[in-house]
Design a protein around this ligand. Structure first.
Ligand code: DGL
Length: 273
């Protein structure tokens, strides 16, 4: 029996990973969470493999120092580009968003055709395409770089966002993919656009959210760790700690929108290169 409560370290390039934390809190409310947002260096979605891997490994080490027992790489770009490097550098188990997202898409698709949307870097890595093809599905990847800034602007129900999403999805569900029956959200920001994407995506396509799929994959592992901790620790409410590499105030302001409730305990971190 361990003497302290198990803790999940959640890593993202910034605020978006709070959608994954939100999904985790719904399924595993009785754990401790340490969230690290590399807000000073976002966006990751337009950066190279080398840069993203370096940033992500540094951030993962920081979470390990905060005694995380399990690392969740909430950032789709970091998972797609640097999952192996992060896993090799970490001393605790690591879960990324690509494999759980691909599993959920594979279960949801009847005609084995999926359209995946994500950042430029995620799409360029073909991580989702490879994961989906390994499960016998055909995948069309479509980069939607304008959606992240629009979500951060708070324009989740704005006509401009709707028009841009329509253009992106028309291009995604094109040329042999007009009958794809799953739209896989391969970016932390897109869950906030779900109602808008539902209106814009072809009606028969179901929407699979990699944030929710990841939380479902992590839940049993955390329940196992919690099962090994003491009963009084399990009954306590979740403890949340947040670390950000840029402004604490900005993290609180934007973070609230992604997490769905106010964020209190945020500390600034300066990661030395
Ligand atoms: N968190 C990133 C992702 O899920 C989006 C934001 C960024 O580009 O840093 O791909």
């Amino acid at each position: 029996m361990t003497s302290r409560r198990p803790s999940i370290g959640v890593f993202d390039s910034g605020f978006g990973g709070l959608t994954v934390l939100k999904a985790l809190l719904e399924l595993v409310p009785d754990a401790d969470y340490v969230y690290f947002g590399d807000t000073a260096r976002l966006p990751y979605g337009s950066k190279s493999v080398e840069t993203v891997a370096r940033y992500a490994v540094q951030s993962a080490h920081y979470l390990e120092k905060q005694e995380a027992d399990l690392l969740v790489i909430a950032c789709n770009t970091a998972t797609a580009l640097a999952f192996e490097q992060i896993t090799a550098a970490a001393h605790v188990p690591v879960v990324g968003v690509v494999e759980p997202g691909a599993d959920a898409a594979a279960s949801a698709s009847r005609n084995h055709k999926v359209v995946v949307i994500g950042t430029q870097a995620t799409v360029g890595s073909h991580a989702y395409k490879k994961a989906l093809e390994a499960r016998g599905l055909a995948a069309r990847e479509k980069a939607c770089p304008l959606l992240v800034p629009l979500v951060e602007e708070g324009w989740v129900e704005h006509p401009v966002t709707e028009e841009i999403a329509r253009i992106y999805l028309n291009e995604g569900f094109d040329d042999g993919f007009s009958d794809a029956d799953v739209l896989l959200l391969g970016c932390t920001h897109y869950p906030l656009l779900k109602p808008l994407l539902r209106r814009v995506a072809p009606a028969p396509a179901s929407i699979v959210d990699s944030a929710e799929s990841t939380a479902r994959a992590v839940a049993p592992r955390m329940q196992q760790l919690l099962g090994e901790s003491r009963a009084e620790q399990r009954r306590a409410v979740p403890r949340l700690k947040f670390f950000a590499t840029d402004s604490v105030e900005k993290f609180k302001l934007l973070g609230k929108r992604f997490l769905g409730h106010p964020i209190e305990d945020v500390r600034h971190v300066d990661l030395q290169e």
